[in-house]
Design a protein around this ligand. Structure first.
Ligand code: PEP
Ligand code: MN
Length: 349
C-alpha cells in the first residue's frame, strides 16, 4: 500500500500518518523522490483502517500496490537508487559504473595486497575478496575468517578501495558489517530469510547475489526482505543460473538486467566470473553486461591464478583486468555511462 502525500507536505503530517499505521502492527517506510513524498506500508493492516488514511491532512491518495516486493518496485520509488559511501567518491547506481575486483578469497596478506595494488592501478573503486567462503566441499579452503577481514580493512586504508565481502551466517555478518563497506549475501544464501532480515537491520549496504535457480520475482522478494527491515541500500547482482548448458559453469542471464530495471529502482551489477566460470569468456561477457545497461561488474582477479585457493580458473590476470577496464570504459560511453577511475589509478584519471 502506498500513501502518496501532497507536494508541500510537512514532516509533522508524515509523522501523523506513521503514527496511525504503526499501532496496527505495520511498518511505515518513507520514500522521498524528486517528484513526491510517499509512505509505503508494509504488512497486513486492516483495509478499513487504511481507508481512513485518506482523511489525514497532507495525504493526497492511498494506492494499493499489487506486488509482493513493494519497496523494491518502481511503482513505489520511480527514481533510480544510487548508493554513496562516506569519505569516498565511489558510488553504485547512477551514471558512474561501479567496478568491483579482487580475488575469490583472501588467502594471505601478501596475496591480497598484491592483487589490490593491480586492481587499484587499473582504476577500480571497490575491492572484493572472501574471508568466509561458502564452498561446495567442506574440505575446500573455507577462508581466513576474522584474519581475512582485518587484511581487507588494511587494504581500504592503504589503497582507498571500498571493501565488499561475503557474510555466510549471522555470526560472520556481525563481523563483516564492522570491517567492510558492503555486505555480500551470496547466491547460496539468497533464500536464507533470517540472514536477509539481519542484513536489513545493518547500517551497511548489501550486495545481494541472485540464487542460482531463482526467478526474477524470487530475487526481488529476497531484496524486499532486506528493505522491509529498513535497509534501503541494496545492490542486486546477476551471477549466472543453472541450465542444461555444460560449456560454462553457469549461464549468465543478462536478460535480467533490463527486466530488473523495468520493475525496480535498485542498481544491478553483473558477475561474469561466476557467470561463466571460464577465464577466456570473462572479458567478452563484461563488455556485454555493460552494453546491456548493468550498473557495474564484480570480477575475480588473481596475480597467480594457477595456485589460487579458490576459483583460479575463472580469475583474470591483472593485464587482462586492465584490458577489461579499457573496453568497459569505451562501451560505457556508448550507453551513457561513465567510468570514474578510483584512487591511485595509474591508467587514467
Ligand atoms: C563469490 O562471489 O565469491 C561467490 C561465492 O559467489 P556466488 O555466491 O555468486 O557463488
Ligand atoms: Mn569465487
Amino acid at each position: 500500500m502506498l500513501v502518496v502525500m501532497d507536494a508541500h507536505v510537512t514532516p509533522e503530517q508524515v509523522r501523523a500518518v506513521c503514527d496511525k499505521i504503526e499501532p496496527l502492527g505495520c511498518r511505515a517506510h518513507q520514500i522521498a523522490a524528486a517528484q513526491r513524498t510517499a509512505i509505503s506500508i508494509a504488512g497486513n493492516c486492516g483495509a478499513a483502517e487504511i481507508a481512513t488514511l485518506k482523511e489525514v491532512p497532507g495525504v493526497k491518495d492511498v494506492v494499493p500496490v499489487s506486488k509482493a516486493y513493494e519497496l523494491v518496485s518502481r511503482e513505489v520509488k520511480p527514481d533510480d537508487t544510487t548508493i554513496y559511501f562516506p569519505n569516498s567518491k565511489a558510488t553504485i547506481g547512477g551514471r558512474e559504473l561501479a567496478i568491483v575486483a579482487g580475488p575469490c578469497a583472501v588467502e594471505n596478506r601478501d596475496q591480497a595486497f598484491a592483487i589490490a595494488k593491480c586492481v587499484q592501478r587499473a582504476g577500480a573503486q571497490f575491492f572484493r575478496g572472501g574471508a568466509y567462503k561458502p564452498r561446495s566441499s567442506p574440505y575446500s579452503f573455507q577462508g581466513l575468517g576474522l584474519e581475512g577481514l582485518k587484511i581487507l580493512a588494511e587494504i581500504r586504508e592503504r589503497f582507498g578501495l571500498r571493501i565488499i565481502t561475503e557474510a555466510i551466517d549471522h555470526e560472520s555478518l556481525e563481523l563483516v558489517e564492522e570491517y567492510a563497506d558492503v555486505i555480500q549475501i551470496g547466491a547460496r544464501n539468497m533464500h536464507n530469510y533470517s540472514l536477509l532480515k539481519r542484513a536489513g537491520r545493518s547500517p551497511k549496504p548489501v550486495l545481494l547475489k541472485r540464487g542460482m535457480a531463482a526467478t526474477l520475482e524470487e530475487f526481488l522478494m529476497a531484496a524486499e526482505y532486506i528493505m522491509s527491515e529498513g535497509n534501503y541500500n541494496v545492490i542486486l547482482c546477476e551471477r549466472g543460473v543453472r541450465t542444461f548448458s555444460d560449456h560454462t559453469r553457469f549461464t549468465l542471464d543478462l536478460n535480467i538486467v533490463p527486466a530488473v530495471q523495468r520493475l525496480s529502482h535498485l542498481p544491478i551489477i553483473v558477475d561474469p566470473s561466476h557467470g561463466t566460470g571460464r577465464r577466456h569468456m570473462v572479458i567478452a561477457l563484461s563488455r556485454a553486461a555493460v552494453a546491456a545497461g548493468a550498473d557495474g561488474l564484480i570480477v575475480e582477479v588473481h596475480t597467480d591464478p594457477d595456485n589460487a585457493l579458490s576459483d583460479g580458473i575463472q580469475s583474470l590476470f591483472p593485464e587482462q583486468f586492465e584490458e577489461l577496464m579499457s573496453d568497459v570504459r569505451q562501451i560505457g560511453a556508448v550507453v551513457g555511462r561513465n567510468l570514474r577511475a578510483g584512487p591511485g589509478s595509474a591508467i587514467w584519471k
